[in-house]
Write a protein that binds this ligand. Sequence first.
Ligand SMILES: O=P(O)(O)O[C@H]1O[C@H](CO)[C@@H](O)[C@H]1O
Ligand SMILES: O=c1cc[nH]c(=O)[nH]1
Length: 257
Amino acid sequence: MSKVFHLGVSTEQLQGARLAILPGAPERVEKIAHCLDRAEHLASQREFCVYRAEIEGRPVVVCSTGIGGPSTSIAIEELAQMGIKTFMRVGTTGAIQPKVKVGDLIISQASVRLDGASHHFAPGSYPAASDFYATQALVEAAKQLELKAHVGITASSDTFYPGQERYDTYSGRVLPEWQGSLKQWQQLGVLNYEMESATLFTQCAALGLQAGCVAGVLVNRGGGEFPDSASIAQAEERAIATVIAASKRLVLGSTHK
Ligand SMILES: O=P(O)(O)O[C@H]1O[C@H](CO)[C@@H](O)[C@H]1O
Ligand SMILES: O=c1cc[nH]c(=O)[nH]1
């Protein structure tokens, strides 16, 4: 019963699970797992907290990725080694289009590759595209839950501050490469910023795996507002409800790999 290096769990412990729900934050794993049946904590190492649980009697995994591409790529690789084929990211995000409100959901159809890790799996000309069926399941789940969801392109950055063109920082500046980038993405119809989907989509597509991503909107960068804790909790809860409903559709349906 050998255990994978970073996640610290074995194939046997996953009991044949083929789908994983991937929040960024380790503290969200327990919360998600306890919304499912028969949740069992398997391991916690570094940023990776792993639970096995069940949806409609089928085993699934809930595993945190940590922030950003490098740790996300490790979680995907080690879960794939243990038989996971479908990777459903659930996270939080900052919107950049005025029509997107705090508390809405963003379902990423594809991502701008502002990361480094995705370039270790496929050249820059390769698209960071979600799996059609995983995305469709997320869209249908949000509709079923009567939640406002925007479907489109996400900018997925390795950094929270310069790569998302934030000036309220220690230095107060960003490199020329990023100056005006927020406006450029807005003009190109990009909906939001987050930090893992470019790696997730590129790695999974390149390896023949299935990936989807839903995020709750914490802030709209245009409005400059920072939400209160109730709004943050609501955005998280909506994204979690959606990823669980979508995962149920996938494990019960025929489009799950
Ligand atoms: O809420 P999570 O999933 O961590 O997602 C977002 O929040 C973190 C930044 O605060 C990044 O990981 C970003 O992608
Ligand atoms: O603005 C935001 C909010 C959450 N996560 C991000 O990466 N950016």
